[in-house]
Write a protein that binds this ligand. Structure first.
Ligand SMILES: [Zn+2]
Length: 395
């Protein structure tokens, strides 16, 4: 295992590339030991929305709920930000952080979990965060609810965007936090529950909210607060865009042609960023083609069941393979959770691009039983230092 600093650097590089691929011309990656500028928006005496500046144009949002003895921090942010965040909270409330609630599994939601835990906070996360590098304590599956001071805090699981994605709703202050499941500046990336999962997430959030709810996304983007109509608009935009990508892909249009396609451009015209930088849309097109419109070979549920089980390496690392809604998922505690796409009896992709692929290779006994699995990770990928190579034997 590599040390924390290396891990932080890897995560920063990862996030840096994500940001580069998006709106931000970030001049520098986050620095350890630096002070971060944090803007507080007071909603009620009990609730503040805090925006941490990553650069002049990029802000990541947290919220705090002030209780009787301490503060609940929603979205822990990255660890180097934690001292600035802690100081800001102390200044605003005079109270320590006693609870941390993670909105989802995107790193910025949980990276500082340990920092606050070491200072006495309790961590509350969706159970899927066990399969990330997040430090976790209290776990929930479908719904978490807690009265904190005068505020009722509810986190509801949704199949949108990311692993362990939740809709956090602060009922009395009427504030909703959605992480990356909603963006004001561009299309959201759908997670492994696809466009359908993302659209169901928008619908769920719309139902929980009312016309006065202040909706806050993980990144500030175009604006800090949105009304729930913006969820309808984002949902319709994604739905239309995805359908168009499917049609054009089926008709044989190349990525280059799609980037400059008038229909696709006008489908996303609620987001000014694609007018400024039309080529940015390629990431969403590529993602949709990969997740929604790539033919995969088919396999029956009963055949998929033969892969389900626990696999162990000689070093003790455990992979678990589950079957959920007709899809195989593979996971390891403290590390990863991936959806597997069937290609052949011994090959399931984690992801695949035109140049490289990350897949799980299954091994069989001479009488055809699944006996093991080996991860095949592209060299230099984000996952290469995290997941050890080698075979895991089925138990
Ligand atoms: Zn994200």
């Amino acid at each position: 295992m590599y040390n924390l600093n290396v891990r932080i650097k890897i995560i920063f590089l990862f996030i840096y590339f994500l940001l580069q691929a998006s709106i931000v011309q970030a001049s520098s990656v986050q620095e350890i030991g630096k002070e971060y500028e944090i803007t507080a928006n007071k909603i009620t005496d009990q609730v503040f929305v805090l925006s941490v500046a990553w650069s002049k144009t990029s802000f990541i949002n947290s919220a705090i709920v002030v209780g009787d003895k301490g503060v609940m921090l929603i979205t822990a942010q990255m660890e180097p930000v934690a001292p600035s965040l802690e100081a800001k909270i102390k200044k605003l409330t005079g109270k320590p952080v006693t609870h941390v609630l993670n909105v989802a599994s995107d790193t910025f939601h949980y990276h500082a979990n340990d920092y606050f835990k070491e200072r006495g906070a309790e961590l509350i996360s969706h159970s899927e965060l066990q399969y990330t590098q997040a430090s976790t304590q209290i776990l929930f599956d479908r719904k978490f609810s807690m009265q904190f001071g005068s505020e009722l805090v509810t986190a509801t699981y949704t199949r949108a965007h990311s692993k362990g994605q939740t809709i956090v709703y602060l009922e009395n202050s009427n504030v909703m936090l959605l992480g990356d499941a909603f963006r004001t500046d561009k299309l959201v990336y759908t997670g492994y529950h696809g466009v359908e999962g993302q659209l169901s997430g928008f619908a769920q959030a719309y139902e929980i909210a009312n016309d006065q709810t202040l909706i806050v996304s993980g990144h500030k983007g175009e604006r800090l607060f949105s009304k729930r109509d913006a969820l309808k608009q984002a949902s319709a935009t994604l739905s239309t865009f995805s359908e168009l990508v499917g049609k054009k892909h089926k008709a044989g249009m190349t990525l280059e042609q799609m980037i400059s396609d008038k229909d696709l451009q006008s489908a996303v015209n609620i987001y000014p960023i694609y007018k400024e930088k039309p080529s940015l849309i390629q990431y969403n097109i590529k993602q949709l083609i990969g997740t929604e419109f790539t033919e995969s070979n088919s396999i029956s549920d009963s055949a998929l069941k033969t892969y389900v089980g626990t696999y162990q390496s000689d070093k003790g690392s455990l992979f678990k393979v589950d079957l959920v809604n007709g899809h195989l998922f593979i996971k390891e505690k403290g590390k990863f959770l991936f959806k597997l796409t069937y290609m052949s009896e011994n090959k399931f992709y984690v992801w695949k691009s035109s140049t490289e692929s990350f897949y799980m290779q299954f091994h069989f006994s001479s009488d055809g039983k699944v006996i093991g699995v080996s991860p095949k990770i592209p060299e230099g990928s984000y996952w290469a230092p995290i997941i050890a190579t080698g075979i895991r034997q089925k138990l």
